[in-house]
Design a protein around this ligand. Structure first.
Ligand SMILES: *[C@@H]1O[C@H](CO)[C@@H](O)[C@H](O)[C@H]1NC(C)=O
Ligand SMILES: *[C@@H]1O[C@H](CO)[C@@H](O)[C@H](O)[C@H]1NC(C)=O
Ligand SMILES: *[C@@H]1O[C@H](CO)[C@@H](O)[C@H](O)[C@H]1NC(C)=O
Length: 182
């Protein structure tokens, strides 16, 4: 009995160290491949301005200044699909300086890409999926006279190994255009 247990123990210890080595090997191979062949992705965002209207955010009583986008965007993310790519999380983020001089980043649009067939992004006349407003419900205020940048970013989830982040493209100096109430 004793020797049987010992043997099972030894075998399972051996198996788990084999699995560990395999995981490490796959992770290293994946990192190595990326170091030798860095994925080249590119894309383009086009947007004329960020329109700012007084509007009510979801489940809010008071109106506040909110930004509205209308953009076209293309990107080819297929180089990011390798044997070790489980899925991509793609997001469009706005970066701007608020009235207090604080740099804010906010996700306004996103998409999950699970198959290489879906790795080409081509959106026309798209709007922000998520509300574009200042935290605290104060609205952008006159402080948003400046510009915003919009960056298309990805987050690559591999089957094994570490999450990776990257930027596909960005559009800088998009002006805010404050409009009268609708
Ligand atoms: C988006 O594409 C459409 C159709 O090609 C075009 O009419 C429109 O002006 C474009 N919008 C922007 C912001 O580039
Ligand atoms: C905000 O970003 C701008 C441009 O990248 C930079 O010049 C400025 O110093 C940043 N401000 C703060 C408070 O980090
Ligand atoms: C915003 O971008 C425009 C166009 O590139 C530029 O002329 C202007 O100086 C920028 N304004 C600010 C406040 O950065």
């Amino acid at each position: 009995m004793h020797s049987l247990f010992t043997r099972i123990n030894n075998v399972s210890a051996l198996l788990s160290s084999c699995v560990m080595s395999l995981v490490i090997a796959i992770t290293l191979a994946s990192l190595l491949q990326e170091a030798i062949f860095p994925p080249q992705v590119d894309g383009q965002i086009s947007m004329r301005a960020t329109m700012v209207y007084q509007a009510k955010a979801y489940r809010q009583k008071r109106k506040q200044e909110m930004g509205f986008l209308n953009f076209n965007m293309t990107a080819d993310l297929s180089p990011l699909f390798t044997w070790n790519t489980k899925q991509l999380f793609v997001s469009l983020e706005a970066e701007y300086e608020n009235i207090k001089g604080v740099n804010n980043t906010i996700v306004l649009w996103d998409r999950i890409v699970r198959r290489p067939e879906d790795a080409k992004v081509n959106v026309v006349g798209a709007r922000n999926k998520y509300a574009f407003k200042e935290v605290g419900g104060k609205g952008f205020g006159k402080g948003v006279a400046g510009n915003a940048s919009y960056a298309l970013k990805y987050n690559l989830m591999p089957y094994m190994g570490v999450l990776r982040y990257g930027e596909v493209t960005r559009l800088s100096n998009v002006p805010f255009e404050v409009r009268e109430e609708l």
